[in-house]
Structure formats: C-alpha cells, structure tokens
Design a protein around this ligand. Structure first.
Ligand code: ADP
Ligand code: MG
Length: 575
C-alpha cells in the first residue's frame, strides 16, 4: 500500500492543508466539553448570567469553526482521493498497455479489469478515510485522555480499564476480516470472468441452448460472492453493537463513581458531564480507528493486487543499444525457431527456418492447430522465441526497438479487432496522418469500398462495439485496409481470407499484388486457392515445416500438401 501512496505526491499541498484543518477540528472538539463544564460549574452554580453568555458565545463560535473545518476537509479529501484514483487508473492502464500477450495470459483480462476498477476504488476510498481520520483519531484519543485526566484524575482509571478492551475487540475483528476481504476480491474476479464469457459468447450460448448452463454458472459465482460478503458483514455488524455496549457501560461506570465523588464534594457536576463527553470522544476516536482497520484489510488486499500488475515487468522489452538496420527493407528470416506457450509441454512450433524477401509472397498453409498463427505472432514479438532467432533486415528482432519493428509491419490478425469508432478512424488506426484519399484507397484495395458506400454514413458510419454490426468478412476487410494504409514493408495476413467468398478473395489478392509489389507478404491460409500462386508455400504440420517451395514443386514432393490439395481441388483443377 505504501508503494501506491507514493502516487499521492502531487497532492502534498492539499493533503497538508487537510491535516492541519483536521487537527484544528480535533482541538476545537476537545475544547467544547471544557467550556460546557465551565458554564455549569462557574456560571450556573454562581448564577452569573453575564459569564454564561460570554462563555456560551465562545462555545457557539468554536462549534461554528469546527463545522467549517469539517466541511472544507470533507470537500478537499474527496477531491484528493478521486484525483489519486484517477492517477492510479492511468498508471495501471499505461503499464498494462506495455504488456506482451504473455503477461495478459498470466493475470487474465477479467482480473485486469477488476484490478483497474474495483480494486483502485477500494484504495481510493481508504485514502479518503485515512486523510480524515488518521490525524483526528490520535489527537482525540490522547487529547481526550489528557483532558479527562485534567477534569478528574481519580476517575481516569475507568478509561484505563475500557480502552484495552476496545483495542482488543478491534484487533480481533480486523485479523478475522483480513482474509475474508481478500477472498471477496477474488470472487469479484470470478464473476467478471463468467460475465465476460457469457456476454461475448452470447451467440454461442444461445445457439447451443446453454443459456441455463451459463445462468447456473453465473449463479454459483454470484452466490459465492454473496456468501462471503455476508460473513464479512456479520462480523462487522457484530462490532458496532459491541462498541455501543462498551460505550454505554463506560458512561454508567463514570456516572456511578462520579456521583459518589460529587457526594463527597470532591468533584463538580459540570466536570462529570465533561468527563462523560471526553470518554465518549475517546471511544469514538477508537471507533474511527476501527473503521480504518475494517477498511485496511480490503484496501491492502486490493493494493497487493494492483501491485502485482505493476510489478509484472513486460517480458518483452527493448534491448539496450537497440539496433536498426536499413540496408534492406522487409527481409524476414527464421533461423531454427522453436517456441512453446508458457505452461505447454510441447512446443507449438519447432525448428522453423525460412526466408521471406521483399517483392515475394510467402504463404503458410496447414491444418487448424498446426501452428500457423503462432508462427506469425512471433514476428511482431507478441511472444519471444524459446530458441533460434527471427531476423528482420538482418537484425535479430530482440535487438530492435519494438516500435521500429512494428513500424515495418502491417499485421492483420486472425480475429479482426475493430474499435467503437467511425470506419474512417478505424482504418486510420493504421496510420494517424493518412489522408482521406489514402483511407479510401486502402479500403478500395481491401475490397471494402462497396459495402462502406452502401452504409448510411459511408466512411463516417459508426462501428458498434466489437464490430457487431458487420459481417465477419466485412470486419476482415476493414482490418486489411487498416494494415494497408500504413504502406508497410511487411504485410502479414493471418487466415484473413477464409471469411471471404472465392470471388472477393481472388479480386482482393489481385489488388494486393499491385499494392504490395515491393513488400514482403506473408499469407496464412487454409485454402489452396489462396496460396497457389505464392512464390513460396510453407507447409506446416503439427508445428513443423514439412515442405517448402512453389505449388508445382510441392505437389510432387510433399505428401501433406498433396493431401490438402486433393481434398480441396477437383481433378481438372489439379491438372
Ligand atoms: P493455427 O493458427 O495453425 O490454427 P495456432 O498457432 O493457433 O494454430 O495453434 C497452435 C497450437 O498452439 C495449438 O495446439 C493451440 O492449442 C496452441 N495455442 C495457441 N494459442 C495458445 C495460447 N495462447 N496458449 C497456449 N497454447 C496455445
Ligand atoms: Mg490460426
């Protein structure tokens, strides 16, 4: 938690202001019972009306100051803690943006979402309480004991008995609540996960009639959270009456023993009243501390979770003395590349070697799960290779700045991702300064112009969240346009053409050929049609290269390729 509190630095001045005001507030509140006892003991007893009015006026003034301070601190502490929360969210988000896919796999997207929202809110709320009570409670407790002792030293033993009891109650509750709050945060994660799957996969859920199953799953997660929250709240609910009981018992004890002292003429009535008020103030300040202790476990559980995110260093970082090479443009070379996903026993791709040169089309074909996506995901360094190396323009990509590497790439992922923005802006995501003509040209090449024109607002049409208002093929074509608008040295299409009909596929590839004549093009595909006229076809099977070469050669030499071909093309086409 302390680590996170470093983020409070920009708020030093308002915080100092708050602390001073809170201290003033505490002093004012400690002063009030003394004034009151003076009125009773010195004013009423003697029948001195002028004195009563004078001290009464002072009391009113002190009370007003107290209220003013309270208002200002409430306002300031709310502002500071909200600002702090905003900064924390920004910090976490910026950090997470630097993650490679590996780190996303480790924490999980739903948990990342909870951590940036709910967990930060916990810390933010705790900060607010802390600012208001952290200074207030000790001053009230210590000052209260001191003032009570001043009023009547002999009665203070009552406090000496009560205070340790209360401290024990608070400590006991806090230690029991701590693990429960940690569990609550984990269960909120779980709800998020189930909810996310249920919502993003809603079509699958409907289609397979699994609504009930999903509902049950959500119900279970929901009930888990509820049960845990109820146990925590039971604990907390118990604490309040216990504290009240202790407070009332204390009052009774003070009145009981104080009354005797008054009988003996050793104490005055006003002092007894003041003493009771001080006792209440002391207990209230302990109650405040107990609130802090109640919130502390939750906030600290949350801050641990936030720190976990912050401590997770992006596994893929720019090497010191990063090199860029410019003698060639877009030459890719795989040298004995092997890669396994974290936690997987078998490598997803192994011992891959090939060259892809500018002006050439390299196609990668293979069954599902053969490692095609894995292979191309290694090029932008979404993951780092386990052994071997990938070189772009004769420099190991691990030695290049990531920006320089990715600046060379136009990457179209297997699953098209679009943003909730206009079509034009989605294409311009590839290159911010692209002109309208360039955007339109990229769309034309990607064979997207026709359907964009047919939309009510053309390029200014909005894309719904997740691209719901577009078909799979339309999304793919926009993603292609986005890559093309960069005019990249290296174009990578991961299974981008399978959602297109044969005619569009053919037209798109013809247009691409003109557009990317000087670029290195890597096309991942499952259809033979798509790869047939590539300069080089790499056949993957179970993560290994089982054949490489042009179509005519592979037909003769590679069994796996011949199998794929014969399953897709008729005899005439083969000949
Ligand atoms: P393809 O694109 O050829 O269909 P992939 O490259 O997506 O195949 O997958 C290759 C293998 O790697 C599969 O066995 C798959 O289960 C595994 N795999 C893919 N992505 C991940 C991941 N993020 N974590 C672990 N294993 C994965
Ligand atoms: Mg794939």
């Amino acid at each position: 938690m302390l680590k996170l509190f470093r983020g409070l630095k920009p708020f030093t001045i308002p915080i100092a202001f708050i602390l001073v005001l809170v201290a003033g507030q505490a002093v004012a509140e400690l002063y009030l019972p003394t004034l009151m006892s003076d009125i009773v003991d010195l004013g009423i007893v003697r029948g001195d009306t002028a004195y009563i009015f004078r001290v009464g006026g002072l009391m009113l003034l002190v009370a007003l100051v107290d209220m003013g301070f309270a208002l200002v601190t409430a306002f300031l502490s709310a502002r500071v803690s909200m600002g702090f929360g905003r900064d924390l969210r920004r910090m976490v988000f910026t950090h997470v943006e630097g993650f490679s896919l590996h780190e996303f796999d480790i924490i999980g997207t739903p948990s990342l979402i909870t951590r940036t929202t709910n967990d930060i809110t916990q810390v933010q709320m705790f900060t607010m309480m802390l600012m208001r009570m952290f200074v207030m409670a000790p001053i009230m407790a210590v000052g209260g004991v001191f003032m009570a002792w001043q009023k009547d030293a002999k009665l203070t033993w009552v406090l000496a008995v009560v205070i340790p009891v209360i401290v024990a109650v608070v400590a006991l509750t806090a230690t029991r609540a701590m693990p429960m709050f940690r569990a609550i945060q984990a269960r909120i994660d779980r709800i998020n996960l189930v909810l996310r799957e249920g919502l993003t996969g809603v079509r699958v859920v409907r289609a397979f009639n699994r609504v009930e199953h999903e509902t049950r799953r959500f119900d279970a997660a929901n009930r888990d959270l509820t049960a845990m929250s109820i146990s925590v709240n039971k604990l907390m609910a118990l604490m309040m009456p216990v504290m009240m009981l202790l407070m009332n018992l204390t009052t009774i004890a003070i009145v009981w023993f104080g009354a005797r002292r008054i009988d003996l003429g050793e104490m005055q009535v006003g002092s007894l009243m003041a003493f009771i008020q001080y006792a209440i103030q002391i207990l209230f300040s302990l109650l405040m501390v107990s609130f802090l202790f109640i919130m502390l476990p939750r906030a600290s559980a949350s801050s641990v979770r936030i720190n976990e995110v912050m401590d997770l260093a992006p596994g893929i970082r720019d090497a010191a003395g990063a090199r860029t090479a410019d003698q060639e443009r877009g030459h890719i070379e795989f040298r004995n590349v092997t890669f396994a996903y974290p936690g997987a026993e078998e490598p997803a791709v192994r011992d891959i070697s090939f060259n892809a040169k500018p002006g050439e089309v390299t196609a990668i074909i293979g069954g599902t799960g053969s490692g095609k996506s894995t292979l191309v995901n290694l090029i932008p360094r979404f993951y780092d290779v386990a052994s071997g190396s990938i070189r772009v323009d004769d420099v190991d990509i691990r030695e290049m700045p990531q920006e320089a590497l990715r600046g060379k790439l136009g990457f179209v992922p297997q699953k098209a991702v679009l943003f909730n923005d206009t079509i034009a802006n989605n294409i311009r995501y590839g290159r911010e300064d692209a002109t309208d003509e360039e955007v339109a040209h990229a769309a034309e090449t990607a064979q997207a112009l026709q359907f964009i024109r047919a939309m009510p607002d053309g390029f200014q049409s909005m894309i719904a969240q997740g691209g719901m208002n577009l078909s799979g093929g339309q999304k793919q074509r926009l993603a292609i346009a986005r890559a093309l608008v960069r005019k990249p040295e290296i174009c990578i299409f991961d299974d981008t053409f399978s959602a297109l009909d044969f005619k569009t596929d053919a037209r798109l590839r013809a247009a691409l050929k003109r557009e990317t004549a000087d670029s290195t093009v890597i096309i991942v595909a499952q259809r033979v049609n798509t790869v047939m006229d590539a300069d080089r076809i790499i056949v993957l099977d179970d993560g290994r290269v089982v054949g490489a070469g042009p179509h005519r050669e592979l037909i003769r030499t590679c069994d796996v390729y011949r199998e794929i071909v014969s399953s897709q093309l008729s005899e005439e086409e083969l000949a």
